[in-house]
Design a protein around this ligand. Sequence first.
Ligand SMILES: NC(=O)C1=CN([C@@H]2O[C@H](COP(=O)(O)OP(=O)(O)OC[C@H]3O[C@@H](n4cnc5c(N)ncnc54)[C@H](OP(=O)(O)O)[C@@H]3O)[C@@H](O)[C@H]2O)C=CC1
Ligand SMILES: CC(=O)N[C@@H](CCC(=O)OP(=O)(O)O)C(=O)O
Length: 314
Amino acid sequence: MKTKVFIDGQEGTTGLQIFERFANRSDIELIEIPPEKRKDPAARAVCIHASDVTFLCLPDAAAIEAVSLVQSDTVRIIDASTAHRTAPGWAYGFPELSDAHRNAIISSKRVAVPGCYASGFAAIVYPLVQANILPRDYPVSCFAVSGYSGGGKKMIAQYEEENRDSCFDAPRMYAMTQQHKHLREMKAISGLLTEPIFSPMVSDYYNGMLVTIPIHRRCLSRTINLASLHEMLSAHYENAHFVKVMPLSAETQTGGFLAANPLAGTNEMRLYVCGNDDRMTVTAQFDNLGKGASGAAVQCLNLMLGIDEATGLE
Ligand SMILES: NC(=O)C1=CN([C@@H]2O[C@H](COP(=O)(O)OP(=O)(O)OC[C@H]3O[C@@H](n4cnc5c(N)ncnc54)[C@H](OP(=O)(O)O)[C@@H]3O)[C@@H](O)[C@H]2O)C=CC1
Ligand SMILES: CC(=O)N[C@@H](CCC(=O)OP(=O)(O)O)C(=O)O
């Protein structure tokens, strides 16, 4: 029997990408909402209740509203918004973090898909805190760059406007007040006691991102060096199909540059351990719309359906 899926917010950037990922899936039946009713709560409620699984690809307020419409014990919700990522009763949709995360996704009726930047951040910081390498009160910094699709339809329109301002030609820093919406999630999921300093940039390409965490050896809970940091992360992700720790010095094979876009269109994340024994960096490279959103959301659905990740189905 086919799994009935409704994508609430299917016309948006994340919703469309999930829709496209189902193009060749004979096991999925998509529930369609009449276009003129796509923001009508009553019509959305009908579609939600006709589904086995509903994806929420909506602004936070609309995602909260969608959850309030659910009157059924059987419908499962996979929410791509920020609204429920640290909410009690919600599984966090990053199965590679631990068996507990994976099992919670498999059994939960409510799964929150990680934020794009938060995915890279948690992939690096969570295992280091768990292994007691980073103390929980380590003053973590994080710098990152994203393609402009990370800002959804509004930002895409700004970047693709014919007569746009020349400032859009160059990378732009933002969130300088340290109030980015992912900060709470970054702290809570990684087990840190304080929020990191987070310095993101958005740049003039569609999708793909890099998220980097600098690590000073003198501030760590136990002594490690570049090789043992690499070994520890490699062991953590040894069995992960979609998260790969790249060989040490892998960045030198690309001429000393790490681009943000090679994994665009995929659900893969690559981790690069760089630097030297005193000053190390770990960088996550992935697609903000893939492992950072739609790919991760579909991966969660696949786990719920018992589809083995080793099939590579994205
Ligand atoms: N873009 C990204 O890289 C990522 C996004 N996310 C999250 O996913 C969610 C969706 O983001 P994104 O796809 O980028 O955003 P978009 O703005 O591209 O799409 C949102 C969609 O929701 C629709 N919508 C708005 N209000 C309602 C409503 N009340 N009922 C039904 N539909 C509604 C919008 O309609 P309309 O077309 O009329 O505007 C639009 O189609 C957000 O919460 C975002 O934070 C998560 C990870 C990464
Ligand atoms: C470039 C850009 O603007 N990016 C978005 C993050 C997109 C994302 O992953 O976050 P959500 O899942 O929380 O929407 C931002 O910084 O707000």
